[in-house]
Design a protein around this ligand. Sequence first.
Ligand SMILES: NC(=O)c1ccc[n+]([C@@H]2O[C@H](COP(=O)([O-])OP(=O)(O)OC[C@H]3O[C@@H](n4cnc5c(N)ncnc54)[C@H](OP(=O)(O)O)[C@@H]3O)[C@@H](O)[C@H]2O)c1
Length: 240
Amino acid sequence: MKALAGQVALITGGGRGIGAETGKQLAQQGATVVLVARTQAQLEATAAQIREAGGKAHWFVADVSDEGAMREAVQGALGITGNLDILVNNAGFIQAVGLIEDSTPAEWWHTLEGNLKGLYLTTRLVLPHMLAQGHGQIVNVLSVAGTRAFAGLSAYSCAKAAGLMFTRILAKEVRKRGVRVMAILPGAVDTAIWGEGEGVPDRQKMIRPETVAQIITQMLLTPKDATIDELLVLPKEGIL
Ligand SMILES: NC(=O)c1ccc[n+]([C@@H]2O[C@H](COP(=O)([O-])OP(=O)(O)OC[C@H]3O[C@@H](n4cnc5c(N)ncnc54)[C@H](OP(=O)(O)O)[C@@H]3O)[C@@H](O)[C@H]2O)c1
């Protein structure tokens, strides 16, 4: 029997990049995958790839920072699958890039909120089901930018740093009630999040999104007597 057979995994930001690759790999392990993002075409395409490979996939269009939309997505997922065993809080984006002195409050706050509020809202919606069933796993996809200072990335980095403390507090609150909470902090990964502009590091040196997905899958497959609390994953040449 496959390791995750019978389990249901909700993956935010599952339309492309790390989230899509994680969806594919968790489905290969037997999980039923529920993908959430804002772009329907990408969700459809990823779900189709999972199904063509013999896996089970569903999707919901929602912005993770929209509580009502996320409530519908979580309820919809539960309506189809009946349970939620795994949550991968992966949705995120980079905006408000530039020096603090040049930033605009609206864009800075939007970036902070988009990357942090969704993590909180999605967790809050899924957690009661995990606690009621007495088991569950949550992986928060954060960033090395949440632990080290990169000039020009203040809003994104503050969101990821807050996400790390959120993860630590959540783990303290629920770990003795059967829910394992973990964080992965990748360095540069070759995805669309970098855009095409100047200053993008050499993509050939970045980590492949499939590799991050493989590591997330391994975290979720960690034997039950242990937990990988926080995992820093860098390109083999280090921070690019
Ligand atoms: N790539 C890197 O170098 C790197 C490094 C460290 C950490 N990370 C983190 O890894 C995660 C995944 O990023 P990625 O590199 O795979 O980027 P990506 O290829 O741009 O994928 C991001 C995914 O998140 C979704 N998303 C973004 N904002 C959303 C929102 N408000 N509501 C719902 N879905 C949303 C996107 O779909 P829609 O736009 O259609 O909603 C997309 O499916 C992010 O949290 C990112 O911060 C990435």
